[in-house]
Write a protein that binds this ligand. Structure first.
Ligand code: AP5
Length: 209
């Protein structure tokens, strides 16, 4: 199955993608994670992307489209994939339609107020990608899976979060209409608990709970 997760920053796309990919046995393709890895490795793409990510702007379409086109051509994507964070503009969605068939688009919907709380409290593991909220960490600062010190992503600082939300509403939210017009969109309430959200996504995908 080829799936897209739409939704604003902090909606829970990454959290749910890990569980859904494990259940369906497909790879999670997170453009944000690919770009952050490129920044850590200081590749030309990473160096170019950093200035956009740091201010909460989108990396140029052509850069991200090339990344995804190359990634989807790899062997592990031939039996299905989950796109987490791509497409994010109508231009990206139109390009994607030229090189991949999509079975379902899940929009995870959460209010801006809740998103600001989630992102300001999010802590991530730079080693294994584990994602937490400070309210569940009981004061711990290390990853429960691998023991590494957790970090607060630079783009989760309050001023950058507000820019990311503005970018989402201006450039990414139009994709809701884009996929709705094509009868591909399923909406899931992302304000539910993580387990409820997971079950709602499985139901939307026609999978057994
Ligand atoms: P990216 O990494 O894709 O960030 P994002 O879309 O802004 O999404 P996030 O990772 O912030 O949130 P999420 O929805 O995955 O939420 P999470 O599960 O972590 O992109 C970063 C940057 O890269 C972009 O700003 C852009 O510059 C660039 N980029 C990436 N893709 C691009 C593209 N296609 N085009 C151009 N540029 C691109 O959850 C958030 C928090 O909430 C966590 O603490 C979690 O524990 C908690 N939580 C999750 N679900 C629940 C729940 N149900 N109840 C309570 N808490 C919850």
């Amino acid at each position: 199955m080829n799936v897209i997760f739409l939704g604003p920053p902090g909606a829970g796309k990454g959290t749910q993608a890990v569980r859904v990919c494990e259940r369906l046995g497909i790879p999670q393709i997170s453009t944000g994670e690919i770009l952050r890895h490129a920044i850590r490795e200081q590749t030309p793409t990473g160096l170019a992307a950093k200035s956009y990510i740091d201010k909460g702007a989108l990396v140029p379409d052509e850069v991200v489209i090339d990344i995804v086109r190359e990634r989807l051509a790899q062997d592990d994507c031939q039996k299905g994939f989950l796109l987490d964070g791509f497409p994010r503009t109508v231009t990206q969605a139109q390009a994607l339609a030229g090189f991949a068939d999509i079975d379902a688009v899940i929009d995870i919907d959460v209010s801006d107020e809740k998103l600001i709380d989630r992102l300001s409290g999010r802590r991530v593991c730079p080693n294994c990608g584990g994602t937490y909220h400070v309210s569940c960490l009981n004061g711990s600062t290390t990853c429960q899976k691998c023991g590494s010190e957790l970090i607060h992503r630079d783009d989760d600082k309050p001023e950058t979060v507000l820019s990311r939300l503005t970018v989402y509403h201006g450039q990414t939210a139009p994709l809701i209409e884009f996929y709705s017009e094509r009868n591909m969109l399923k909406r899931v309430d992302g304000a539910q608990s993580m387990d409820e959200c997971f079950e709602a996504i499985l139901e939307a995908l026609g999978e057994e709970k």
